[in-house]
Structures are given as structure tokens and as C-alpha cells.
Design a protein around this ligand. Structure first.
Ligand code: SDX
Length: 422
């Protein structure tokens, strides 16, 4: 049988055979016999908006690969900066390339003093750190005028390095502001994840040294959150990038989308949900209320994974390693009970709802001392490398500006009525 579909317009009897390539069929083909007829696909649930070589997901099998490498191997063997390089360049770096990459990132972790003193510190005392981060990412576009040179390879590379490098600094600065602690400058002696923890937690000691198990846990969590094909925030990055907005403005659009509780805000929602449940004894009643349509199981379900999110499996293991150091988060028992009840309840099984990346990450972050409102910020730090990889890919594809069509359901043409006759 040929790898193709045939569509027929029954109004005209016209038929057209369209080849199936890489699991997709070209919409340009059916426009030949269906001009002006659009596939109505709210949420783009069955639409491939681009070709991409960055991440591969198999939702039924629960598979995630970055540039062909299984996420399990990268989480075990790699580092976040090496994974960022892989996502952006398409290949793992050799020793010399990696050394240069780490040096470039390390020497761009500082932010302009005005970003901190005039901008971040201008926020209201109880500003949400994710709102501060989204704004600060956009503000960076006003500090680097070469950011608009998106087809100049050197300028593009410089913005990519700056954004990856500055995310932990901006994130920590937002936290320090919200808790009234002084800003901590990056320590170039420290590797990426350790430097972030130093900027978060250093008080009066000359050098902050984080527990190596927590540094490793943060680095693994950053690897797991780095990319995830055409998720909502990456689609926002591609959409803004397709208009040739500079990378800072495009990344701000992506970060704003990640802020939503259905997306990157879910790990914050999970902890609030587990806290509201309060004890293992209340899990049954909570599940009943969700099944009755009152709210959702936060951290459960996924547009693509209709199996266990492979990242959630790894994060669950990391949780135990972190709790060895921090002591067990009491919410873990409630989470484990909730998972056990849901995975044995047909309501969730029939809807193929499993724990996703956000179900366990929040209780790890909380055990490490991060305030709940920092959780979406922790998601945004590593996802920046995925957003930038997709942004760079779309520019190299010379893709069209994103401009979907609609199915119009509004009023037919009608005549204007003067206000005294309404
Ligand atoms: C991330 O896309 C990505 O890759 C995202 C991400 C990434 O790395 O970028 O993986 C990160 O965003 C993970 C998802 C984090 N969000 C949450 O955990 C919030 C809770 N989950 C949901 O709101 C929901 O599952 C979504 C938004 C994640 C997915 O929504 P879909 O695919 O649009 O699912 P749906 O709304 O079509 O639901 C199908 C059915 C519905 O029931 P029926 O109407 O058929 O009766 O499942 C139900 C939904 O009501 N359902 C849930 C549920 N999620 C879906 N019911 C209870 N609890 C849930 N969590």
C-alpha cells in the first residue's frame, strides 16, 4: 500500500493523492482542491506547525530524546550546559568545544547594574518572581542593540549565550528581592548549577558551597526541563520569532506562556494541591471531587504523553536523593498515595492520565528550600536553551510568519445603526 492519503471533495468529485512524509501530510497539497477550507484544530492538537530535529516524543511509549539521545542517558551521564550545547548545535561537544562553551557561559552571567538596581528593584515588594523574570527577559532587549541582527551568526550566538547565562542570575535576583535579601553576584569559580544555588542562598559567608547532591539534583532537573518539542511556550517562542522579533522579546513571550498553571505553573499548582489535601487520608475524597468535575489533578495528564512521562520517572528517583540531604518532604507520601489511587482508577486510566514532569518536581524544590512561587522560574531557567534552539532552527528554516486562519462564527454583514435608533 502506498504511503499516502487520497482526499475527495464530494462537491466536485475531485480527488487528490497526498504523500505521507515523516508522519505528516502537507496542507499546501489539499489547498489545491479545497481552497478556502481550513482544518479546524483548536489547541493545534493534531497539527504539526513545523518540522524540527531537536526533540522527539513518543507519547504512547513514553519516549523523549534530545537530538536522538534518550533523556534517561542524558540525565545519567550529561550536564545541563552540555545538553544546552547539544540542543543548540545538534551534536555533543568535544572536550575543547565544551570547555569554550562553559567559559563563554560563565563570562556572561552578570547582568547590567541598571537591570537590577533600576528595573528589578522597581517592582512592588510582593511581586511574583515569575512576573519579574518575564519582564526582565524582555528588558534585556533594550540593553543589547545587536540583538536585532538575527541573521548575523556572531550576534545570534552572543544573544544565545547571554540568555542562557543570565537566566539563573535574573531568577536569583528576583528571589532575593522578594525576600528582602541583598543581591548576590555570580561566582565565576562555580559551575552553572552551583553558581545558581550560591546566588540564591549565600548570606554572609565569603563563598557559598552547596551540597553536591543538591547541585547534581538541580543539574538533572535542568536537563529534564530543557526542551520538549512544540509545547505551549516553545510555540510562543516560534510564533514571536517568526515575526523576526529579537530573541529577548521572543523569549519573554515564551516565558509569559510558561507562567500559565496549565503549563509551567503546574508544579506550583501541584504543591498547593498536595498542601490542600493535607493528609493521605484525604486523598480518596479529593480524587472523588476531581472525578465529579471539581478541578483537576495538577501534575497529571499531558497533551502528548498518554503514558508515564519519562521525566517524571527520573524526577521521582531524584526526589529520594534530595530527601537524603534535606529530609523527606511530608507531601511526598500524599503524592505517592495520590499517584497510586489515580493509576488504579478507571476515570484516569481511561483518559490516559499519568504523572507528568511537574508532579514530583515541586516537592523536590520545596524540600530544597525554594518558595513555591519560584517553581515556574526554575522551569524557565533551563527551558531557555530549548526555546533558543527552536528560535534558531526556525530562522535557519527561513520559516513563514505564523498566521493561522479561522472558522468564522460571527454576525453576517449588517448596516450601522445610529445610536439614537438602537
Ligand atoms: C507541562 O506540552 C508540553 O510538553 C508541556 C510540558 C513541557 O515540558 O513543556 O510537558 C510541561 O506543561 C506539563 C503539563 C503541566 N500541566 C498540568 O499538570 C495541569 C494539569 N493537566 C491538565 O490541565 C491537562 O492534562 C493538560 C493541559 C496538561 C493537557 O490537556 P489536554 O491534552 O488538552 O487534555 P484534555 O483537556 O483534552 O483532557 C482530556 C480529558 C478531559 O476529560 P473529558 O472532557 O474527556 O471528560 O482528561 C481530563 C479532561 O477533563 N483531564 C484531566 C486532567 N487532565 C485532563 N482530569 C483530571 N485531572 C487532570 N490533570
Amino acid at each position: 500500500m502506498p504511503d499516502s492519503i487520497t482526499i475527495t471533495d464530494n462537491r466536485t468529485g475531485q480527488s487528490l493523492e497526498i504523500p505521507i512524509r515523516n508522519g505528516g501530510v502537507s496542507s499546501a497539497e489539499w489547498q489545491k482542491i479545497l481552497p478556502g477550507i481550513w482544518f479546524h484544530d483548536p489547541g493545534l492538537t493534531t497539527t504539526a506547525m513545523t518540522e524540527s530535529a531537536i526533540s522527539y516524543l513518543d507519547g504512547d511509549a513514553g519516549i523523549l530524546r534530545y537530538r536522538g539521545y534518550p533523556i534517561e542517558q542524558l540525565a545519567e551521564e550529561s550536564t545541563y550546559l552540555e545538553v544546552a550545547y547539544l540542543l543548540l548545535k545538534g551534536e555533543l561537544p568535544n572536550e575543547e568545544q565544551y570547555k569554550q562553551w562553559v567559559s563563554d557561559i560563565t563570562h556572561h552571567t552578570f547582568i547590567h547594574e541598571n537591570v537590577r538596581k533600576r528595573f528589578l528593584e522597581g517592582f512592588h515588594y510582593d511581586a511574583h518572581p515569575m512576573g519579574m523574570l518575564v519582564s526582565a527577559i524582555a528588558a534585556l532587549s533594550t540593553f543589547y542593540l545587536d540583538a536585532k541582527e538575527i541573521y548575523n551568526p556572531a550576534a545570534r550566538e552572543k544573544q544565545i549565550v547571554r540568555l542562557i547565562a543570565k537566566m539563573p542570575t535574573l531568577a536569583a535576583a528576583a528571589h532575593r528581592f522578594s525576600v528582602g535579601m541583598p543581591f548576590v553576584y555570580p561566582d565565576n569559580e562555580l559551575p552553572f548549577a552551583a553558581n545558581f544555588l550560591s546566588m540564591m542562598w549565600k548570606v554572609a559567608e565569603p563563598h557559598y558551597s552547596a551540597n553536591p547532591a543538591l547541585v547534581k539534583a538541580i543539574d538533572v532537573l535542568f536537563i529534564l526541563h530543557a526542551d520538549h518539542e512544540q509545547n505551549c511556550s516553545t510555540t510562543a517562542m516560534r510564533t514571536a520569532g517568526s515575526a523576526h522579533a529579537d530573541p529577548y522579546s521572543s523569549a519573554a513571550a515564551a516565558a509569559a506562556s510558561l507562567y500559565g498553571p496549565r503549563h509551567g505553573g503546574a508544579n506550583e499548582a501541584v504543591v498547593r494541591m498536595l498542601t490542600e489535601i493535607g493528609s493521605m487520608e484525604n486523598v480518596g475524597d479529593y480524587v472523588k471531587s476531581v472525578k465529579a468535575g471539581h478541578g483537576r489533578l495538577q501534575g497529571f495528564g499531558h497533551r502528548v504523553y498518554k503514558n508515564y512521562d519519562p521525566r517524571a520517572r527520573i524526577i521521582k528517583r531524584v526526589a529520594y536523593e534530595v530527601f537524603e540531604v534535606t529530609g523527606k518532604n511530608p507531601l511526598l507520601d500524599i503524592a505517592l498515595k495520590l499517584e497510586e489511587v489515580a493509576l488504579n482508577d478507571d476515570y484516569f486510566v481511561s483518559r490516559r492520565l499519568y504523572p507528568n514532569v511537574d508532579f514530583y518536581s515541586g516537592i523536590i524544590y520545596q524540600a530544597m528550600g525554594f518558595p513555591v512561587d519560584m517553581f515556574p522560574v526554575l522551569f524557565a531557567i533551563p527551558r531557555m536553551s530549548g526555546w533558543l534552539a527552536h528560535w534558531s532552527e526556525l530562522l535557519d528554516q527561513d520559516s513563514k510568519i505564523v498566521r493561522p486562519r479561522q472558522v468564522y462564527s460571527g454576525a453576517p454583514e449588517r448596516k450601522y445603526v445610529p445610536i439614537d435608533q438602537r
